[in-house]
Design a protein around this ligand. Structure first.
Ligand SMILES: Nc1ncnc2c1ncn2[C@@H]1O[C@H](COP(=O)(O)OP(=O)(O)OP(=O)(O)O)[C@@H](O)[C@H]1O
Length: 267
């Protein structure tokens, strides 16, 4: 029988995987793209919705410790996200798929995911197994030894998901992960994030309201840098009425909370 280490049986010492209080994050010189956010997220799959320019990417970048908050408090996995030493330890336990993720075109899929595993300080002996598992989970085992430049856009996005999960993160941040995926891949993606959400805190920024309805246990609606709503997909749907814009109850709920009515469509 395998010995169980103390760390595996110790109770989790924090209430929330992500906790923000009065969080403000600046982009450029003056723009406060996240402007006073109180948010607590635990394990599960959380959908982050909001109109263009709401501040979703900026929030995710701050949670990934790429951007430093201007004001307020941010705790990740029970630790303040501020200090240099703490950030390094946290990054090992965070998975992040940026909206536009960069990669080396000449790397094979396996080489690229291995490289990220190495950056995430996955132990040397665990890397081959972790990489193979991540590639299999996104359905790319048959392309593992192909160069990145030979993949389609949807496949590149799936490699992005593989690199984000290769370190079995406790916090997984996915910025528009389903952009470019075909319908069958989106269904598989939703199953995958539901599996991942059982043990970790998954935050998915998306414009596809249907992703939220089917994959997420919780919805965070963000507009103009502020939290507008947090609740279940059913609660979001209940906010809508027939007079609000949308093809589904969840879309109408979204429109209701942002006060979009027919004839008021705007870019
Ligand atoms: N480098 C920057 N300098 C100045 N303003 C910026 C910069 N980056 C983003 N912004 C502004 O900050 C706001 C939030 O942008 P952000 O990309 O976080 O929004 P978003 O919700 O992710 O949008 P989308 O859904 O379009 O991706 C927007 O008004 C955007 O124009």
């Amino acid at each position: 029988m395998r010995a169980v280490g103390a760390a595996e049986v110790a109770p989790t010492a924090y209430a929330w995987e992500i906790q923000a209080e009065g969080l403000k994050v600046r982009v450029g010189r003056r723009k406060m793209a996240v402007n006073g956010l109180d948010l607590s997220l635990g394990k599960g799959v959380h959908g982050l919705l909001g109109p263009n320019g709401a501040g979703k990417t900026t929030l995710i970048r701050a949670l990934a410790t790429v951007l430093r908050p201007a004001e307020g408090r941010l705790s990740l996995l029970g630790a303040p996200a501020g200090g240099h030493a703490g950030r390094r330890g946290l990054r090992r336990r965070i998975g992040y798929l940026p909206q536009n993720f960069g990669y080396y075109k000449r790397f094979t899929v396996r080489e690229f995911v291995e490289y990220i595993a190495w950056l995430k300080e996955v132990s040397k002996e665990d890397i081959p197994g972790a990489v193979q598992r991540a590639i299999e989970r996104v359905g790319l085992a048959d392309r593992a030894d192909d160069r990145m430049k030979t993949l389609s856009g949807g496949m590149v996005r799936r490699v992005g998901i593989a690199q984000a999960i290769v370190n079995d993160p406790d916090i997984l941040l996915l910025d528009e992960p389903t952009a470019g995926l075909d319908p069958a891949q989106r269904v598989r993606f939703r199953e995958l994030v539901q599996e991942l959400g059982q043990d970790s805190c998954v935050l998915i920024s998306t414009h596809l309201v249907e992703d939220v309805g089917t994959a997420c246990s919780d919805v965070v609606l963000f507009a103009e840098g502020k939290l507008v709503f947090q609740g279940t997909p059913d609660e979001l749907a209940a906010a809508g009425t027939a007079e609000h814009v949308g093809d589904s109850p969840i879309e109408r709920g979204y429109s209701a909370l942002l006060d979009h009515r027919p004839g008021q469509g705007a870019w």
